[in-house]
Design a protein around this ligand. Structure first.
Ligand code: PLP
Length: 381
């Protein structure tokens, strides 16, 4: 693919077959339904393309954070069930109903506002009640939740389609927190069952939970990071058979020979210590590439240091170890070249963050070039 791409200076390559493989692998492991979490532009991979691929791979749901994302999916022809995992303003209820989008409720006030809005138009809105079993974020506490789930269940404007919770530490497998959360959620499910309430979709697990907590798989696992082939954390790596889907590349656009002692890039934090060949690669912090020292890239299969400050649109490479480098060569910022690799986890570790933040910060201005999938366009700019 890389020799064919002469249209772009900087691009992401996304392997949709890897995403399909990862969803199928998750289905094999969990033997339950999968919600493909495609919020934040499909964790940077392209929301619509990932959602289409997920749907083809058999994902029953797509999960997003905002109604704008859900509507974009519908506009693109995504027909599977869609759930908004975060807050939706009550005024948007008619749009949610019209587009068959399920919403999250987590306070009586929000549920009442949704119910009023739905009844005003004679609609029935699909809702999932969220329970805070220990995450410390959105959700009813389980003890207040039973009465409320009953209220939701009986409300004419609302269809209690699901109940769910979210784990705080599923990616830290030796902590007791997740088992405690599952116990609380279980007890809630039992109390609702005693009232004859059993919504069709009970769900709890994110990717790490889906892999590490078989007893919490219920009807659905909500998987984000795993479908992109990325590890939930260092302590909770993916099992064998998952593949990362994303590479980041750019072309070398300039090479110059500098004398010893020449300052390189803003602030001259790097000076050549001898006559040095310095290349320019069009990747910068506006692409989501962090303005931190210590970055490196792959060129002709070799690790080359990025020197001087990362600029908004450009970075400088020290080319002394790659005498064969010429303008137009492909530089790999994320991915593999001749057996050498820079993973998203490597970047996350170097940048003092997590792989989730690295991928979700990849700028939309960077073209995504897709391979694999079913009849998808090769290039989407
Ligand atoms: C409520 C909820 N469920 C599931 C997920 C997916 O998590 P992961 O990417 O760890 O699988 C997220 C992600 O932030 C989330 O907020």
């Amino acid at each position: 693919m890389e020799t064919e791409n002469e249209l772009y200076s900087t691009w992401l390559e996304i392997d949709l077959d890897a995403i399909k493989n990862n969803i199928q692998r998750l289905q094999e492991i969990t033997k339950t339904g999968v919600m493909a979490v495609v919020k934040a532009n499909g964790y940077g991979h392209g929301m619509v393309e990932v959602a289409r691929t997920a749907q083809d791979a058999g994902a029953m749901w797509c999960g997003v954070s905002r109604i704008e994302e859900a509507k974009t999916l519908r506009r693109a022809g995504i027909t599977c069930r869609i759930m908004i995992l975060g807050y939706t303003p009550p005024k948007r209820v008619p749009e949610a109903v019209a587009e068959n989008i399920s919403l999250t409720v987590y306070t009586p006030e929000l549920a009442t506002a949704y119910a009023q809005e739905a009844e005003k138009y004679g609609f029935r809105l699909h809702v999932h009640a969220k329970f805070d079993t220990g995450m410390g974020r959105l959700g009813f506490f389980p003890d207040e939740g039973v009465a409320f789930a009953k209220w939701l269940h009986e409300h004419p404007g609302l269809e209690l389609e699901g109940i769910f919770t979210h784990f705080a530490k599923a990616d830290e497998p030796n902590q007791p927190t997740t088992d405690q959360q599952v116990d609380r959620f279980e007890s809630l499910i039992q109390q609702l069952a005693a009232l004859d309430i059993r919504p069709p979709w009970i769900h709890a697990c994110n990717s790490a939970g889906a892999i590490n907590y078989p007893r919490a798989r219920y009807d659905l696992v909500r998987a984000g990071i795993a479908i992109y082939g990325l590890n939930p954390s260092m302590e909770s790596p993916l099992p064998a058979g998952f593949k990362p889907a994303l590479s980041m590349k750019a072309r070398l656009i300039s090479i110059k020979d500098y004398p010893s002692g020449h300052g390189i890039s803003y602030g001259h934090i790097y000076h050549t210590s001898k006559p040095e060949r310095i290349g320019v690669v069009p990747i910068g912090y506006a692409d989501g590439y962090r303005r931190l020292p210590g970055n490196y890239a792959l060129l002709h299969g070799k690790k080359v240091p990025i020197v001087g400050r990362v600029c908004m649109d450009q970075s400088m490479l020290m080319l002394d170890d790659v005498p064969e480098a010429t303008v137009g060569d492909v530089v790999t910022l994320i991915g593999t070249q001749n057996g050498n690799q820079i993973t998203i986890d490597d970047l996350a570790a170097d940048w003092g963050t997590i792989n989730y933040e690295v991928v979700t910060n990849l700028a939309t201005r960077v073209p995504r070039i897709y391979s694999g999938g079913n009849g998808l366009p090769e290039i989407d700019v």
